[in-house]
Design a protein around this ligand. Structure first.
Ligand code: SAM
Length: 246
């Protein structure tokens, strides 16, 4: 029986007959925790070459080698969607990163706004959460989690060809729909969603964002959502309107 129960992200080229040496923690996970052995099978993906079934050729306490046999899924890139959010409490920030990876963000961008409480994040830890989410959800792509940057800076260099779905709590109560679009905006393939911190956006930020040429001010319904809830709600609205769910 060649089916592989375990899915693993590897930073190594994948292809027919390709040998993939395992890192120490990967060997421990496969052979120590999941009790796989030589002759067993693992599903691998690396975010570029699709998903491959690989056979365990060597299995050790701290090392091992897998050999790719057959591609089981082609690479499926997510839409070109950035999820931009202001970090909140650790567990909830982890949640936002995990859901963004599962729901099809191409890039996850923590930003510092006027009312953001935290002034640093553990980018490596958040990136690991995105990898785990991709392993679990069957994705063949892993979104990049960028380092914390100032929202002001990001807006100053905003790319002209990218639309911005600005989730503005000041619009609470209005229709939770992306407003009508011009012909060109409806065809836009590059988008970003912006979610604020627990304290919301400052009035200075809101004015700037409402005046931004690529910004679309959006309500997420009649109640104020927690930032982590808002991230999921906004990605659902966006995916239904523009994304790869339809
Ligand atoms: N402290 C703010 C207040 O009480 O108005 C709430 C901020 S909310 C916890 C965090 C973020 O989620 C907001 O900045 C916004 O981006 C988004 N959000 C929450 N509810 C929303 C809604 N009904 N409409 C639009 N955005 C919303």
């Amino acid at each position: 029986m060649k089916n592989a129960k375990v899915r693993l992200y590897v930073e190594h080229p994948l292809g027919a007959g390709q040998s993939v040496p395992l890192e120490r923690d990967q060997a421990h996970y496969l052979f120590g925790v999941m009790r796989l052995a030589v002759g067993g099978f693992v599903t691998l993906f690396n975010g570029k070459d699709g998903e491959w079934r690989a056979e365990v050729a060597q299995a050790g306490k701290r090392t091992g080698v897998l050999v790719c046999e057959e591609q089981t899924k082609p690479l499926q890139l997510p839409p070109d969607l950035w999820l931009i959010f202001a970090p909140i409490k650790k567990a909830r920030t982890d949640f936002i990163v995990e859901k963004a990876a599962e729901m099809g963000a191409a890039q996850i961008m923590p930003v510092q706004t006027d009312f953001t409480n935290s002034d640093r994040i553990r980018q490596d830890r958040l990136q690991a959460h995105a990898v785990e989410a991709a392993e679990q959800c069957g994705g063949t792509f892993v979104p990049k989690v960028t380092d914390l940057q100032k929202l002001e800076r990001l807006l100053a260099d905003w790319p002209e060809d990218r639309q911005l779905m600005f989730c503005d709590e000041g619009e609470v109560g209005k229709n939770a729909l992306l407003q009508s679009f011009s012909e060109s905006e409806s065809k836009a393939t590059k988008w970003a969603i912006l979610i604020g911190p627990e304290g919301g956006f400052s009035s200075k930020e809101r004015e700037k964002l409402q005046a931004h040429p690529q910004s679309h001010v959006v309500s997420l319904g009649p109640r104020i959502l927690r930032a982590d809830t808002a991230a999921v709600a906004a990605m659902t609205v966006w995916q239904q309107t523009f994304g790869d769910w339809t």
